[in-house]
Design a protein around this ligand. Structure first.
Ligand SMILES: *Cc1c(COP(=O)(O)O)cnc(C)c1O
Length: 357
């Protein structure tokens, strides 16, 4: 059976070595030495100033929204995982959709200004499949209208834009370290910012607002992650570069095999150092997509409609139109991509896709 992705698990002995340390210290959570070590190593690997290792990517977004005091209308993308919109709604804000660019599949910055109202407090955009948003154009408008900018960077681990980490754009970026992501800690995520004042606030907020055992700085939540999860991250991190290399080679192979067949892919800028987090393909229509999915399933190969449906279809969001996102969501399929996928399997999958066109 071939799934859309496969979690990289390190050699068990490496994980066990970290577990032995945890058993010796009998310190399992509450900012233990492995959490601190992982945060330091991630900051240096990613090239970012402040990073908080938290329980998951969704809580990373929610804590960021709380720390930035978002309220009223929040402009966001209709083409992302549900957590991008649900976290906005969960924090009591109203998601307002701006359609996506048909080539990058990220929020279309040319449509942003007309969506801004007196109630708008922020823009929450996703670097879809790790493809950077138009960060400069978004920042120009954010500065003009005094808006906060938060990036859902769940797919963007290790991505660089114009020679620096994509995580350094906007006020805050949120990462997910879920087991299906390129870099993972089982469950986990991170809040990244280069703003010292905001980082001070986040440091308290992720730990119930505690300021010492008997004092509180202010309102907080339990956003912490554990030593067990940090240990997984410390085992996976040294292998990320190699994982990316494997995925790049397999992506290139898919590209070669599928070229000239009328399939589209998101366009990635020459200024991007990409992480090959996903292999999305856009079919001319939904019928072809469904035929491919079925044919693959018959061979025990599981692709995934990522993202489907468009977030405009969520039952708890005011109905809005986003024709590009709705069309893309109906036609996009992520083909299996994993570090240890055999080139012969990629050939088999590509042949099946071509057969259905
Ligand atoms: C995975 C994902 C999330 C949620 O991350 P969790 O760690 O699972 O909470 C948010 N946004 C996007 C775009 C994602 O792909």
């Amino acid at each position: 059976m071939i799934n859309v992705t496969k979690t990289y698990l390190p050699p068990l002995a490496e994980y066990v070595a970290y577990l032995e340390g945890i058993w010796e210290r009998t310190l399992v959570t509450n900012n233990g030495p492995l959490v601190v070590e992982l945060e330091e190593k991630l900051k240096s690997y990613l090239g970012v100033k402040h990073l908080f290792f938290v329980a998951n990517g969704t809580v990373a977004l929610q804590i960021a929204f709380k720390a930035l005091a978002l309220r009223g209308e929040v402009i966001t993308t209709p083409f992302s995982y549900v957590a991008t919109t649900s976290s906005i709604a969960w924090e009591g804000c109203q998601p307002i959709y701006v359609d996506i660019h048909p080539q990058t599949l990220c929020l279309d910055a040319t449509l942003l200004e007309r969506a801004i109202t007196a109630e708008t407090t922020a823009v929450v955009a996703t670097h879809v499949y790790g493809n950077p948003c138009e960060v400069e154009a978004i920042q120009v408008l954010a500065d003009k209208y005094g808006l906060q900018v938060i990036y859902d960077a769940a797919h963007a681990f290790g991505v660089q834009h114009r020679g620096q980490s994509i995580l350094n754009f906007g006020n805050v970026s949120a990462l997910s370290f879920h087991a299906t992501k390129l870099f993972h800690t089982g469950e986990g995520g991170a809040i990244v910012t280069d703003d010292d004042e905001l980082a001070f606030k986040l440091g308290y907020m992720v730990n119930f607002g505690h300021n010492g055992p008997e004092r509180f700085w202010g309102l907080g939540i339990n956003g912490k992650n554990s030593e067990l999860h940090a240990a997984m991250g410390l085992c996976v991190l040294p292998n990320v570069a190699e994982l990316i290399r494997c995925r790049q080679a397999l992506s290139n192979l898919y590209d070669q095999l599928l070229e000239g067949r009328g399939l589209a892919k998101p366009v990635i800028s020459a200024e991007t150092t990409y992480n090959y987090a996903y292999y999305p393909v856009l079919f001319p229509d939904e019928e072809k997509l469904l035929a491919v999915m079925t044919a693959l399933r018959e061979q025990q190969v599981f692709s995934r409609r990522y993202f489907y449906p468009a977030l405009t279809d969520l039952p708890y969001v005011r109905p809005q139109q986003a024709p590009v996102a709705q069309s893309v969501a109906s036609r996009v399929l992520c083909l299996p991509l994993a570090h240890d996928l055999a080139p012969a399997t990629v050939q088999q999958i590509a042949a099946t896709v071509i057969n259905c066109l």
